[in-house]
Design a protein around this ligand. Structure first.
Ligand code: FNR
Length: 369
């Protein structure tokens, strides 16, 4: 269908499903094992209800945000999704260009199809970018990669901590990996292809399962970028992260692709914010809490922000947008979210993100499944 018939982010998924080659659809859409967690990521948002306020003069509403010190036109960033060229010949550059045009922040994946430098070169001067890091067994490779990113102006380092081994995404595992050029062009030594394990496992065997809390000071010593741990799921680990001196956490289950029957990031948010509130100032300007997984509507984002998230990540929503329509699709997705923010904030009676308070949502059904 023509792009102007796309009305919401779900529509991009429906289009992508019909036009993507089987291998790409399997890799992008799959989640681990019985795919319970990916379903729950959506379902959790549907257990939260709004408590809108009225008569507040909502002529002007503002949904712009600051994410890790960077201005963003939305309280949303583009989360890292690997292998963009499976979906579209321009791969991740579709995201970079649309993000630059509309003031949105993209998190570059370690396993991008385009090289890191190609992506940074496609950004506009001053366009903020984040980097997602898979940590290599060879720490020299990781150190060079991180320091190169910092030198090229990347503003924050998101270390993925929920993938010491990749989950079994069985839809994807039924596909044989064939290097058709969409493979990750990562730094030398990052890829160690095992061809019979599906696309995801084929490109990720360099990831170091020995990564531990003891490594955090080493990361601190090699970079001045803010460090965020992507894939925290419990208050216990949120507190350890705070104590380790990192600048934030992403409450994520990797889009349902890692430990199946993990809870949703949204459900964990409530418990984690409660734990953090007992440990010091809240909101904490030096410690950001992000959420991702299942976000497809601005109303989802507003729920997470009301419950204490600093911003929200979207993976598949943007991935399916560029798979279907290239850069135009991503721009359309941003436009759709913008329109949804305007309407929902008016109807909710929040003129800016600071006015989104926990009292604006009823989360009493969140923990009942
Ligand atoms: C991902 N995600 C991911 N995360 C990460 O840290 N490194 C990676 O290489 C990837 N790759 C990746 C590929 C694909 C195809 C998907 C769908 C996801 C996870 C991603 O950053 C994010 O956590 C989820 O995508 C969020 O869930 P939604 O928005 O896709 O529902």
């Amino acid at each position: 269908p023509p792009l102007d018939e796309i009305l919401n982010l779900h529509d991009f998924e429906a289009v992508a499903k019909t036009i993507l080659p089987d291998k790409a659809w399997a890799y992008y859409s799959s989640a681990s094992d019985d795919e319970i967690t990916i379903r729950e990521n959506r379902a959790a948002y549907q257990r939260i209800w709004f408590r809108p306020r009225i008569l507040r003069d909502v002529t002007h509403v503002d949904w712009s945000a600051t994410i890790l010190g960077q201005r963003s036109s939305l309280p949303v960033y583009i989360s890292a999704t690997a292998l963009g060229k499976l979906g579209h010949p321009d791969g991740e550059l579709n995201l970079t260009r649309a993000a630059g045009k509309h003031g949105v922040i993209q998190m570059i994946p370690t396993l991008a199809s385009c090289s890191f430098d190609e992506i940074v070169d496609a950004a506009q001067p001053g366009q903020p970018l984040f980097l997602q890091l898979y940590v290599n067994r060879d720490r020299e490779i990781t150190k060079r990669y991180v320091q190169h990113a910092e030198k090229r102006g990347v503003k924050a380092l998101f270390i993925t901590v929920d993938a010491p081994q990749l989950g079994r995404r069985e839809k994807d595992m039924r596909m044989k990996f064939v290097d058709d050029g969409a493979g990750a062009k990562v730094q030398e030594g990052q890829s160690d292809v095992k061809k019979d394990q599906g696309v995801a496992r084929a490109i990720s065997s360099f990831i170091d399962p020995s990564l531990s809390w003891k490594d955090i000071p080493w990361f601190r010593s090699v970079t001045n970028m803010p460090i965020i741990l992507k894939g925290v799921a419990t208050p216990e680990d949120a507190i350890l992260a705070l104590e380790a001196g990192v600048q934030g956490i992403v409450l994520s289950n990797h889009g349902g692709r890692q430990l199946d029957t993990s809870r949703s990031g949204l459900e964990n948010l409530v418990d984690i914010v409660a734990a953090l509130k007992q440990r010091g100032p809240w909101p904490n300007p030096n410690f950001s809490v992000f959420v991702d997984g299942g976000v497809r509507r601005a109303s989802d984002v507003l729920k997470a922000l009301a419950l204490g998230a600093s911003a929200v990540g979207i993976g598949r929503g943007f991935l399916y947008a560029f798979s279907s329509y290239g850069q135009d699709g991503v721009e359309k997705a941003i436009q759709i979210l913008r329109d949804e923010f305007e309407m929902n904030m008016r109807l909710l009676g929040a003129r800016n993100l600071g006015e989104l308070v926990p009292e604006m949502v009823d989360a009493s059904a969140l923990h009942s499944h």
